[in-house]
Design a binder for this molecule. Structure first.
Ligand code: TYM
Length: 330
């Protein structure tokens, strides 16, 4: 612990069920890799996810499932803090304060808000609009400086930095600027609509969940679209590009090089590329799924990890909130 850089890292994931390989490659894999290097705080952001309808009877189960998946992927409670957002009330308290610093026009620009209000016309609530302000509060509450996310979250993090700067200008220097961590795999595309990012909301066939059976993975990859996108001479279609990207992230250089050569020589058979990709994904997910099964046998232990995580987070949140209130004259 002593030689850990003292910088704090924060990231969050919504407990909407079915964590997919986009979440894994874009974010969760980095959560694991970075826990040696920083003081890591990871949150299951249940207050964010209720901006879209959730079934209250199933919600606790979904939160537990998300926690189990995160642990199975390799987040280690001895190295990182893992907690459920609603257990630390300062997140919403700080979001309210940040609301008073955030121009409506900035929130109106947010791509995720625009997309989600298109997808959920029946429920365009104020929470959906305000979502990025709560996200800014999540990060800044812990003075986090490092935030690993997928590419779709960059706009939200820019807004967080704007809010931090506004606070500093108005109330005196306090928040540091945050730095997103983006790696290869930060934008994994849908298998069925490769011009859109892989996402739970686009239906079962567009994503591979980390809990999917081998049979299901083979089927989904076999059905992945290869012929859409700009047919620019010599350029891969979006679907094919996505399959190659996934292959490079799940498989080894030799396999990728083999298919690249075949692609260039126009001898490639997509059915073979897909088979190789499906098996590589299965190889990565099998040990994770095995750990999920093990962890599932002991839900009490998972609850204890989350309780302990919430206590650790509360200590930091309370101290920082006291400082923030003082700065604001509250
Ligand atoms: P969420 O739950 O939608 O997604 C969790 C993480 O997965 C990344 N991701 C992807 N990465 C690559 N390709 C994809 N197709 C893909 N789809 C999702 C997301 O970028 C994210 O990193 N607003 C956040 C949760 C959040 C948060 C925070 C994140 C709340 N507060 C504070 C960082 C810091 C979200 O919607 O995640």
């Amino acid at each position: 612990m002593a030689d850990k850089e003292q910088k704090t890292l924060f990231s969050g994931i919504q407990p909407t069920g079915n964590i997919h390989i986009g979440n894994y490659l874009g974010a969760l894999k980095n959560w694991v890799d970075l826990q040696e290097q920083y003081r890591c705080i990871y949150s299951i952001v249940d207050l964010h996810a209720i901006t879209i309808d959730q079934d209250p009877k199933k919600y606790q189960e979904q939160i537990m499932e998300t926690a189990i998946d995160i642990l199975a992927i390799g987040v280690d409670p001895k190295k990182a803090t893992l907690f459920v957002q609603s257990k630390v009330t300062q997140h919403t308290e700080l979001a309210w304060m940040f609301n008073t610093l955030t121009p409506m026009s900035e929130l109106e620009r947010m791509t995720q808000y625009k997309d989600k209000s298109q997808d959920h016309k029946e429920n365009i609530n104020v929470g959906l609009f305000d979502y990025p302000v709560l996200q800014a509060a999540d990060v800044l509450l812990y003075h986090a400086e490092v935030v690993p996310v997928g590419e779709d979250q960059l706009q939200h993090l820019e807004l967080s930095n704007m809010i931090g700067r506004k606070f500093n200008n108005k109330y005196g220097n306090f928040f540091k600027q945050i730095k997103p961590v983006i790696t290869a795999g930060a934008r994994i595309m849908s298998l069925t609509e490769p011009d859109k990012k892989m996402s739970k909301s686009k239906g079962e066939k567009n994503y591979i969940a980390i809990r999917d059976s081998a049979e299901n993975i083979r089927k989904k990859v076999a059905h992945a679209v290869t012929d859409t996108g700009p047919a620019v001479e010599g350029k891969k279609s979006l679907g094919v590009n996505n399959l190659f990207e996934l292959l490079s992230l799940f498989s080894d250089e030799k396999t990728v090089a083999k298919f690249e050569t075949q692609y260039n020589q126009k001898t490639i058979k997509y059915s073979e590329l897909k088979k190789a990709l499906a098996e590589a994904i299965i190889m990565t997910l099998t040990p994770i799924q095995k750990r999920i099964k093990e962890i599932e046998t002991n839900p009490k232990k998972v609850k204890a990890i989350l309780d302990k995580g919430a206590k650790q987070a509360q200590v930091i949140a309370e101290k920082n909130m006291a400082d923030i209130k003082k700065k604001m004259g509250l």
